[in-house]
Design a protein around this ligand. Structure first.
Ligand code: ACO
Length: 319
């Protein structure tokens, strides 16, 4: 039987750090409000010249290097983003060109903050089908480009960045189980309801959110999908060494861990210094904890996404 396994992780954060005090200097908000309601202290924001594919390139190079895999050995690229460089071609194709490789399939996947978990489950299926052996799975975002910087209710929450993994075929899991869900009837509570039409933007180019509805929905579905995924893998919640939920808000993360009965020491938190980086948040968090030597080979990690759509899902992996 063929399984897939994460054999290398990488991450990239743009150098510019924006603190809560920078928002407080020009908006009716404060460091104390942002910390108390979200747990966020600072976030990284891309330079105007940097696009999602630039961030993805740095994260991918780091993942390839950690895996000891050459770019030309990659035979599949799946890239999750809601902030692509262009309408088309896909950011995955632009990344492929920047990596200097050709011919392998490369495509974007749009599931907002669940994007990386969706992408990982997709690549796992390609590998288990036996058609591909070494996939680059990436989450890359410049959410700073779709924020109204005068809306204190949304602009303080997000950051830019990219995370990547190399997923390789092997004879033991690896990826044990994935559960993906969506419910489009909740599209209105979190959206960027605009598009490019006839040379201008129709609708709004800015993120809009009903924060408290998103909060309640996220806690509910993160609890449900964790239980479904662990059951699908034939395991118990107590078998999980690390929980990496999508990094939206410390209160959402801690409420999820509490509902699942997992000690906070097993909860991975990076939202305090990354902000919410949407599809990049889970692979960035994974990479940070792997490089810190906290997540080690053999550890069981539950990766969880939840975001616009609404979409949500989880993947249980042994590192
Ligand atoms: N500074 C100061 N006051 C603020 C700010 C701010 N940055 N933002 C909102 N407020 C005000 C509101 O205007 C409101 O004022 P009012 O009572 O006078 O109307 C007050 O604070 C309370 O607003 P609430 O929305 O009730 O505050 P809440 O405790 O729900 O926190 C928050 C808001 C942080 C957005 C929270 O709802 C949340 O985190 N929701 C989840 C949203 C999220 O994570 N989205 C990310 C994308 S979705 C995803 O990734 C899953």
């Amino acid at each position: 039987m063929i399984f897939s396994r994460i054999v290398g992780t990488g991450g990239y954060l743009p150098p510019r750090v924006v603190t809560n005090d920078e928002f407080a200097a020009r908006l009716d908000t404060s460091d104390a409000w942002i910390r108390e309601r979200t747990g966020i202290v600072e976030r990284h924001i891309a330079d105007a010249s940097q696009t999602s594919s630039d961030l993805a390139l740095e994260a991918s190079r780091a993942a390839l290097s950690a895996a000891g895999v050459r770019a030309e050995d990659i035979d599949l690229i799946v890239l999750a983003t809601s902030t692509p460089d262009y309408v088309f071609p896909s950011t995955a194709c632009l990344l492929q060109a920047k990596l200097g490789i050709k011919n392998c399939p490369a495509f974007d996947l749009q599931a907002v903050c669940s994007g990386f978990v969706y992408a990982l489950a997709t690549a796992d299926n390609f590998i288990r089908a036996g058609t591909h052996r070494r996939a680059l799975v990436v989450g890359a975002e410049v959410f700073s480009r779709i924020l109204d910087w005068n809306d204190r209710g949304t602009c303080v929450l997000f950051g830019d960045g990219a995370g990547a993994v190399v997923l390789a075929a092997g004879d033991r899991p690896g990826v044990h189980a994935s559960v993906l869900r969506a419910d489009g009837s909740h599209a209105g509570i979190l959206s960027v309801p605009g598009n490019v039409c006839g040379g201008s933007i129709v609708g709004s180019p800015y993120l809009q959110m009903q924060g408290s509805q998103v909060f309640k929905f996220a806690v509910k579905v993160l609890d449900e999908v964790a239980r479904e995924t662990v059951a699908a893998a034939g395991m118990q919640l107590g078998d999980i060494d690390w929980l990496i939920p999508h990094q939206a808000n410390v209160r959402i993360l801690e409420a999820t861990a509490r509902k699942l009965g997992l000690p906070l020491e097993r909860l991975v938190v990076t939202v305090d210094h990354h902000g919410n980086t949407s599809a990049a948040s889970v692979p960035l968090a994974l990479d940070e904890f792997v490089r810190a030597g906290k997540i080690r080979p053999g550890h069981r990690v539950l990766l969880q996404g939840v975001g616009g759509g609404f979409t949500w899902g989880a993947t249980l992996v042994t590192m």
